[in-house]
Write a protein that binds this ligand. Structure first.
Ligand code: HEM
Ligand code: HEM
Length: 179
C-alpha cells in the first residue's frame, strides 16, 4: 500500500470506465434474464451481451493487472479496523468480478456450443462437443456471482457516500482527482 493524495489518472479512468461498464453489463444481463421473452430478438440481444462481455474480459485483464501491479492507497482517513477491512474485502470482490463475471459467462457459452461474434472483430468458437450440464453449471455461477457483485456494489457505493457525507473525508474526492 502506498500513501498518496489522489489515485493516478490511469487508476481513475480505469475505475470509472470499468465501473460504468460493469453496472451497464449487470443491468443488461438482468434485463435479458428477467424481462425478455425467448425468441430471435432475445438471441440477438444475448449476442450483444456476450460480445460486450468478451471485450470487458479482455480490457478487464489490463484493469485488474494495473491494480495488482500498482497496489492500493492507504485509507483516506483513520477509521475503525472493521471498516477498513470490509472496504478492502469489497474492493477485492469487485476486482475479481471484473474477470469472474465475463469468464463464467464465456465458459458457460463455450460449453453450450455457441459461437460469439465479437462485433465483427473476431469470433470466439463454442465447443465442438457441447455439454449442456457443464454449461449450466457455469451459467449458474454467472448468476450467483452477479448477485454477490451487486451486493458488494451496494456496500461499496454506500461506503463511498458515507465517507463523503458523514465522515467528510477525501475518499470519494481522491477518486475524482479533487482531494
Ligand atoms: C458508481 C458508483 C461507484 C462509486 C461512487 C465508487 C467509489 C469509489 C471510491 C470513492 C473509491 C476509492 C476508495 C478509497 O480510496 O479508499 C473506489 C475504489 C474502488 N472501486 Fe469503486 N465506485 C463505484 C463503482 C465501482 C464499480 C462498479 C466497481 C466494480 C468494478 C468498483 C470497484 C472499485 C475498486 C476495485 C476500487 C479499489 C481501487 C481500484 O482498483 O480502482 N467501483 N470506488
Ligand atoms: C462484465 C461482464 C458481464 C456481466 C456483469 C454479466 C451479467 C449478467 C447478469 C446479471 C445476468 C443475469 C443472470 C441471472 O439473473 O441469472 C447475465 C445473464 C447472461 N449472461 Fe452475462 N454478464 C457478463 C458477461 C457475459 C459474457 C462474456 C457472456 C458469454 C460469453 C455472458 C452470457 C450471459 C448469458 C447467456 C446470460 C443468460 C441470459 C438469460 O438467461 O436470458 N455474460 N449476465
Amino acid at each position: 500500500m502506498t500513501a498518496g493524495k489522489n489515485w493516478s489518472v490511469i487508476s481513475r479512468l480505469n475505475h470509472w470506465i470499468f465501473g460504468l461498464a460493469m453496472i451497464a453489463m449487470l443491468a443488461f444481463g438482468i434485463y435479458l434474464h428477467e424481462f425478455v421473452p425467448r425468441g430471435p430478438d432475445k438471441g440477438l440481444l444475448i449476442g450483444y451481451h456476450k460480445a460486450a462481455g468478451v471485450l470487458v474480459l479482455i480490457f478487464g485483464l489490463w484493469r485488474v493487472g494495473y491494480r495488482l501491479f500498482n497496489g492500493f492507497l492507504e485509507d483516506a482517513s483513520p477509521m475503525p479496523k472493521w471498516q477498513s477491512v470490509s472496504a478492502k474485502v469489497v474492493h477485492w470482490v469487485l476486482l475479481i468480478s471484473v474477470i469472474a463475471m465475463p469468464l463464467s459467462g464465456l465458459i458457460g457459452s463455450y460449453f453450450g456450443g455457441h459461437d460469439i461474434d465479437v462485433f465483427g472483430l473476431f469470433t470466439v468458437y463454442g465447443a465442438m462437443e457441447p455439454s449442456k450440464a457443464t454449461g449450466n453449471i457455469f451459467m449458474g455461477m454467472h448468476g450467483a456471482f452477479a448477485k454477490l457483485t451487486i451486493l458488494s456494489l451496494v456496500l461499496h457505493v454506500a461506503g463511498a457516500y458515507k465517507h463523503h457525507l458523514i465522515d467528510k473525508d477525501d475518499t470519494l474526492k481522491r477518486m475524482v482527482g479533487r482531494s
